[in-house]
Design a protein around this ligand. Structure first.
Ligand SMILES: Nc1nc2c(ncn2[C@@H]2O[C@H](COP(=O)(O)OP(=O)(O)O)[C@@H](O)[C@H]2O)c(=O)[nH]1
Ligand SMILES: Nc1ncnc2c1ncn2[C@@H]1O[C@H](COP(=O)(O)OP(=O)(O)O)[C@@H](O)[C@H]1O
Length: 192
């Protein structure tokens, strides 16, 4: 019986997915599964750390557990990526859009612990993106994408499966994460 879990962090752009994944890495030594994308790197992003940055041609050569188009770019994750993570630790994390999270819930069942992040104040979320350094044109394009609008709401397929965390105040988010992870550390079979 395996106790391996993948914490799937999902939610709209700017909701704090990367921040949460980083927190889990730093405080709980959870390896992050690196996914593949055709989008170009943002300032400071590194190949093999933030993503495997691909061309459309190189993206097409990989085989994926699931892949999506998000705001005009392709993203995908593989079973090999999960296996490599689980070789290092029983608890790993991955950042996915909500379509990917639904696929993980279906394919992996209880092995996938889904965390849906939301920031109810839209203006605050946009300010976070500007502060993060995203170019204005990119923000506008992203916010206008149908995927962004879709990810504002927990998908029906995740209702009852996802832990919803409102990421307004970071201290509260951290507390919610600590409580969730503690459940799995004491009894990995119990939670969900
Ligand atoms: N389904 C799926 N979504 C992914 C994958 N990699 C990244 N994403 C999601 O793609 C969306 C766009 O990511 P990105 O361009 O980095 O912008 P972000 O939303 O600001 O993190 C986010 O919702 C990511 O969680 C993947 O392999 N599969
Ligand atoms: N609770 C919070 N309060 C204020 N700023 C936050 C909070 N959580 C994340 N941020 C900031 O908001 C921005 C977007 O977060 P990020 O983790 O990059 O989101 P995502 O990966 O979902 O797009 C980052 O600059 C991050 O530092």
């Amino acid at each position: 019986m395996t106790h391996n879990k993948v914490f799937v962090i999902t939610g709209p752009t700017g909701s704090g997915k990367t921040t949460v994944s980083q927190y889990m890495k730093e405080h709980y030594n959870m390896p992050q599964v690196i996914t593949h994308t055709t989008r170009s790197p943002r300032a400071g992003e590194q190949d093999g750390v933030d993503y495997y940055f691909e061309t459309p041609a190189s993206f097409a050569t990989k085989h994926y557990l699931e892949h999506v188009t998000y705001s005009g770019n392709q993203y995908g994750s593989s079973r090999e990526g999960l296996a490599a993570g689980w070789q290092r630790s029983p608890f790993i994390s991955i950042v996915l859009d909500t379509a990917g999270a639904v696929t993980y819930a279906k394919e992996l069942g209880d092995q996938a612990v889904i965390i849906y992040l939301e920031v109810p104040n839209q203006q605050a979320l946009l300010e976070r993106l500007t502060k993060r350094g995203d170019q204005q044109a990119r923000i506008e394009r992203r916010v206008a994408s149908k995927e962004y609008l879709r990810d504002q709401q927990l998908p029906v397929g995740l209702v009852g499966h996802a832990q919803v965390i409102v990421n307004d105040d970071w201290a509260q988010t951290q507390q919610a994460l600590d409580q969730l992870i503690a459940q799995y550390q004491t009894d990995p079979q119990s939670a969900n």
